[in-house]
Design a protein around this ligand. Structure first.
Ligand code: SF4
Length: 350
């Protein structure tokens, strides 16, 4: 068996920042219960590991005691949630990815200019709930081209489309073309809303999947960008499976044991799970590993301002530290990397 290990894969800058926020808050407030609004990122292991450290995940602000610490997830929130948190007097720390915030800002700006916003995305995804909550009266969600007939359009010359950051670029392209055909004057966002991490991971799969017999994507079923990676593989004709970890691998997928398997991971999947999948395939099928670099990424986001202030006030060193991603280590065909370190200490709890 041959494993093609894609680069880039796994944690993006927004996920690294959000995970680091919760990690830092746990360090700063030992003994206090830390609450997180919604799953901090859509990954079963990341959430489970934080639960194991005492973090309580909530879906309603009312579940958070007054004065407690509440972290908003990477997917963003509607202003109504921010308002409820303020009224309840919780200490809110916003781990929304800056690239999601950018889409919020675009929605607000266009609505102020009198545009109706057509937001392409999955109606019930936390990110879309947050973005459409900014200007609900001006926003309509478009999940597919079939929704276009039901839109309420006041002025076809004052329309803009925006997109969820983690869509399939293939699928979004189809919806955008249909919108342009229906409303030729519709405006595009000033820059792509589908983020760099989604685009790069999808493009890596698009380029490499034709060489593989199977694509294994490490990620959770509620992770939009992970599911989209399986769809991109299937769009280029290669079967794909989504697994949370090595335990999800099934023998029936490997009929001969000498297949070429493309391994990648969604933006919320920790690197140690990728290593676990590779190890399982090496041990069971004697797989060799080949790293395939398609894009280099060096994006990183700073911690939220009020968390940086809290860190400074408490005199904790390294307020401006950044997480860096180490290169994977491939030795004699065995993938041995666990990739995240902060200030040189191992930090593989995701
Ligand atoms: S996938 Fe993109 S938008 Fe989402 S957290 Fe990562 S960088 Fe931000």
């Amino acid at each position: 068996m041959r494993i093609m290990l894609t680069n880039p894969r796994g944690f993006c800058a927004g996920v690294r920042m959000a995970v680091d926020v919760v990690d830092r808050v746990l360090d700063l407030f030992p003994g206090e219960t830390v609450y997180v609004y919604h799953e901090i990122v859509h990954n079963t292991h990341v959430v489970g590991r934080f639960r194991g450290r005492g973090v309580v995940f909530v879906e309603r602000v009312e579940e958070v005691p007054r004065g407690a610490i509440l972290v908003f997830s990477a997917h963003g929130i509607p202003p109504s949630v921010r308002q409820q948190a303020a009224e309840r007097g919780v200490q809110a720390i916003d781990a929304t990815c800056p690239l999601v915030t950018k889409v919020h800002s675009e929605a607000i700006r266009y609505a102020r200019q009198g545009y109706q916003v057509l937001l392409i995305g999955h109606r019930h995804h936390q990110e879309v709930v947050g973005t459409s909550g900014e200007v609900p009266e001006a926003t309509q969600v478009v999940e597919s081209a079939a929704d276009i007939a039901g839109l309420r359009i006041d002025d076809p010359e004052k329309l803009v489309y925006l997109t969820q950051t983690t869509l399939s670029t293939d699928d979004a392209g189809v919806v955008i073309e249909a919108l342009r055909a229906a409303f030729p004057k519709i405006k595009s966002p000033p820059s792509e809303d589908i983020c760099y991490a989604t685009t790069n991971r999808q493009q890596a799969v698009r380029v490499l999947a034709p060489e593989a017999d199977l694509v294994v994507v490490i990620g959770s079923t509620n992770s939009s960008n992970s599911v989209r990676l399986t769809e991109i593989a299937e769009n280029v004709g290669t079967a794909a499976r989504l697994v949370d970890d090595a335990a999800g691998l099934e023998d029936s997928w490997f009929a001969t044991g000498d297949e070429t398997v493309l391994v990648t991971a969604g933006a919320s999947a920790p690197e140690d799970l990728v290593a676990g999948v590779c190890r399982a395939l090496v041990e069971k099928y004697g797989a060799t590993i080949e790293c395939r670099d398609v894009f280099e990424e060096d994006m990183e986001f700073a911690l939220p301002g009020n968390l940086r202030r809290m860190i400074k006030e408490r005199g904790v060193a390294g307020a401006d530290r950044r997480i860096r991603v180490e290169k994977p280590v491939v030795t004699a065909g065995v993938y041995g990397a666990v990739a995240l370190t902060v200030e040189g200490r191992r930090k593989d709890e995701g």
